[in-house]
Design a protein around this ligand. Structure first.
Ligand SMILES: [Fe+2]
Length: 325
């Protein structure tokens, strides 16, 4: 396992620190992030890189693969993480130009957090929709620690229950998003039998999600064993291309999202899926996908957190698609 060692070099001419991760090197300038490894190098736009990094960290490397673009990304092995260049890119693979190193999750997390912190300028929020934030570009100026250290809200049972994550409100600073101003904010009436007040629960899901100030960041609002109901608001484009290691169910609750769906390992296009309000899709376990949301929309993501799933799919014991039509 490679060492996630931070370079102690002083800042470069643009004011940004350089980082070393095993034999990977990372540097940013006013517009771009430069990634190097033995035998190759790659450039990504700084705003796209920071948006992808923000999701990768907020999800703790998520399920499966987080492709920052067609070349660079991470694959989660739950306890350790692969960092790769060209691993899921047929042209790199064909010429044996891909590079992959494995790191302990906590080491990689600390390193990526330091990079995100140093490279995010004041006024740029990598979690926000482009309309709602400033620019990522230019020489280093300030930071936006408040934005990049938002805690991911994860319900243990259900949002709003006793000793669980709270519901959102104006009073708590969670204002209704500008594009979801027409979402009703009333709450259902609850009449639990005496003794069951902590077992029976309901809340206005649309109202809750309309108050999310981040995009493309599914947060767990209810959990029943491994069944996680994750709510998220989406606007502009998913900043990563997600490579699944299990099936994900999507329920489009408002507006629409267009999905590019490709083969997980090669990136070969498989489908374009246009999901309108009320549509349900099961995204197979062997695909990568990226979503595009022309206006802010509400998406319910249903995740199965069962730790055995990646192996069952990898060994072909489960079919990658849960439904045949
Ligand atoms: Fe996915």
């Amino acid at each position: 396992m490679a060492q996630a060692k931070q370079d102690s070099d002083a800042a470069n001419e643009f004011g940004y620190r350089r980082f070393k991760l095993g034999s990977f090197t990372f540097e940013r300038d006013e517009y771009f992030v430069h990634v190097g490894w033995p035998g190759g190098n790659h450039m990504l736009a700084a705003d796209a890189f920071l948006r992808a990094m923000m999701r990768d960290l907020a999800w703790s490397f998520f399920y499966g693969t987080v492709n920052f673009d067609q070349v660079f990304g991470t694959t989660n092995h739950y306890g350790n993480v692969d960092v790769f260049a060209g691993l899921y890119n047929p042209a790199y693979r064909k010429k044996n130009k891909h590079h992959v190193e494995n790191f302990k999750t906590e080491d990689l997390k600390a390193m990526f957090e330091a990079m995100l912190d140093d490279w995010t300028n004041e006024g740029f929020d990598p979690f926000a929709a482009p309309e709602e934030t400033g620019t990522a570009f230019g020489p280093k100026h300030g930071n936006n620690r408040a934005a990049i250290t938002r805690k991911r809200l994860t319900a243990r049972r259900m949002a709003g229950l006793k000793d669980d994550i709270p519901l959102r409100s104006d009073a708590a600073g969670n204002i209704v998003n500008r594009q979801l101003a027409d979402v009703a904010q009333d709450q259902p009436e609850l009449h639990a039998e005496p003794g069951f007040e902590n077992e029976v629960h309901a809340f206005n899901f649309f109202g809750y999600v309309s108050r999310s100030d981040v995009t493309w960041n599914p947060s767990v609002c209810s959990a029943v064993k491994d069944s996680l109901i994750c709510a998220t608001t989406e606007e502009y484009m998913l900043p990563v291309i997600h490579g699944n290691d299990r099936v994900e169910w999507f329920v489009q609750l408002t507006d629409e999202i267009h999905w590019d769906v490709c083969d997980r390992d090669t990136g070969e296009p498989r489908a374009r899926v246009v999901m309108k309000a009320g549509d349900v899709a099961a995204m197979p376990a062997d695909i990568r996908h990226q979503g595009f949301s022309p206006k802010r929309s509400i998406l319910l993501v249903w995740e199965n957190n069962d730790a055995q799933l990646p192996e069952l799919y990898a060994k072909g014991k489960l079919k990658p698609n849960p439904v045949d039509f």
